[in-house]
Design a protein around this ligand. Structure first.
Ligand SMILES: NC(=O)c1ccc[n+]([C@@H]2O[C@H](COP(=O)([O-])OP(=O)(O)OC[C@H]3O[C@@H](n4cnc5c(N)ncnc54)[C@H](O)[C@@H]3O)[C@@H](O)[C@H]2O)c1
Ligand SMILES: [Zn+2]
Length: 443
């Protein structure tokens, strides 16, 4: 009570594009005032009916009254059908917000405090996670925790095994005490050969959990192995790079590369948990950090907030929440998630035109500049924060790659641009896109 569930619930629903159901409001609309129902001694009964009905709906965001967890049938339905997030609030703040209202259980401070204490055990029992704000709830809904690593990384029955980037393992102890397998550092880990070796080395059964510990390359290949081993087992991602923490370890895309191209084989397989500890970034070389910063700037531009100005732990939390929300809306990448490609069509063209000599982050920084120009917006942020210089690349090959990436129709290309409300797709005349691309390439 007084934690702000109704307000936050409505915001979460809007962000995830899901219906919102406020159980207390629904009761007042259909059954009369909560106060009167309390006086008649039938409130909990009515609440049970309305709450259970709400929990039977297709995926929605449901705000429950603070006392709903006192009803066993509601607790059971929460366990069976919902991801339950406790919105945390200190008793002082809660009392301040509700005192003076006509809520029947908020008339006396001592009683209110006692109730608050008594309910904590029930909250502990039903809550899958805890949060304090909108981003926190979105992260919890996606199974993403931004927190220091702890031994309860895998809180599921069955055994676990961990696959780590061998370089990361030299810098950081494995986060849990289980059998450890390794993959080579970097892109060379993302092969069918690595996947096959892991399939054959694993000793897990179908209830087992695979933990991935490393950057985006490690989580991509280990996630793919988890998606395919025994037709799919649970996995936990523990990303150790900025790219991994704000991007690669979120959203369930897993992949390996083929000679013919990157990420050509893979699966959608959402990790049961992604545990993000920004402390791990302390050992990350500056060059790798800049790779991630390009994605952070992209995210900040899409979110309309200068996320790049935040200290690491907030920057990671906010960036991860933004991607989580989009992926929850569009788990199979069929629409809304495509805005995450802002700047990426140009980036892929530069990567292809330079035979991979230009790193992804640098290419994205340049790609963002092109996308902002085509959107008629200032490129100041990109210039200041990422300061990308034009790169050496073959203009024709880059242009061919760009056209292949975005099939052109009637002399126009469909690109992600940036508007006041965030990213959107639009048709851009080929000639304009070509000019924007040429600008990114050094003479
Ligand atoms: N699945 C997705 O949605 C998604 C999204 C974006 C990127 N990706 C993929 O992610 C990959 C890139 O990820 P990346 O940039 O994390 O690369 P990476 O995994 O190769 O890590 C980069 C380097 O940093 C080292 N490293 C990792 N953590 C470290 C730490 N804490 N301290 C010091 N060094 C550390 C690694 O050993 C490696 O050499 C690409 O293959 C890309 O396709 C996937
Ligand atoms: Zn990217």
């Amino acid at each position: 009570m007084g934690a702000g569930k109704s307000t936050l619930g409505r915001q979460v629903a809007a962000r995830l594009h899901r219906p919102f159901l406020d159980v207390d409001a629904r009761i007042e609309e259909s059954q009369g005032s909560i106060r009167e129902l309390f006086e008649q001694g039938i409130f909990r009964e009515v609440e049970e009916r309305v709450a259970l009905e709400a929990l039977m709906q297709p995926p929605s965001v449901v705000a429950l009254g603070g006392g709903a967890v006192e009803t066993p049938a509601i607790r059971e339905a929460l366990r069976a059908r919902a991801t339950t997030v406790l919105v945390e609030v200190e008793v002082e703040a809660a009392w301040e917000r509700v005192s003076g209202s006509d809520r029947p259980l908020a008339q006396d401070e001592a009683e209110f405090r006692e109730l608050y204490e008594r309910r904590q055990t029930l909250y502990d029992e039903v809550a899958d996670d805890r949060a304090r704000d909108l981003d926190g709830i979105v992260l919890a809904a996606g199974g993403v925790a931004v927190a220091p690593l702890s031994a309860d990384l895998v809180h599921r029955p069955g055994s676990a095994e961990l696959v780590a980037d061998e370089h990361v393992l030299e810098l950081h102890p494995p986060p849990i005490n289980v059998r450890v397998l390794t993959v080579p550092a970097g892109e060379q880990a993302k092969t069918v050969a690595t996947a096959e070796r892991l399939w054959r080395q694993l000793r897990l059964d179908r209830r087992g959990t695979l933990v991935a510990f490393g950057g985006g390359c490690t989580t991509d290949v280990v996630g793919f192995v988890a998606a395919t081993y025994l037709r799919g087992i649970d996995w936990v991602a523990v990303p150790t790079t900025l790219v991994g923490q704000v991007d690669a370890a979120i959203g369930g895309k897993t992949a390996v590369n083929l000679q013919e191209g990157k990420n050509l084989v893979g699966a959608f397989h959402w990790p049961v948990r992604t545990v993000i500890d920004p402390e791990l970034l302390k050992t990350l070389p500056e060059e790798q950090r800049r790779e991630g910063l390009a994605e952070v700037v992209k995210t900040g531009l899409l979110a309309g907030e200068p996320l790049w100005e935040l200290p690491d732990d907030e920057l990671v939390r906010r960036g991860a929440a933004f991607k989580t929300a989009l992926c929850l809306r569009d788990p199979h990448d069929r629409g809304p998630r495509q805005v995450l490609n802002l700047g990426h069509t140009f980036a892929h063209a530069l990567e292809a035109g330079s035979d991979g000599a230009v790193s992804h982050g640098r290419a994205v920084a340049l790609g963002l500049r092109a996308a902002l120009r085509l959107s008629g917006r200032s490129t100041e942020v990109v210039d200041e924060v990422l300061a990308p210089e034009p790169v050496q690349a073959n203009r024709e090959r880059a242009w061919e790659a760009l056209k292949r990436d975005k099939k052109s129709t009637g002399g126009e290309l469909t690109l992600v641009l940036l508007g006041d409300e965030g990213g959107f797709t639009a048709n851009v005349p080929e000639a304009e896109a070509r000019l924007a691309l040429d600008d990114l390439i050094a003479d």
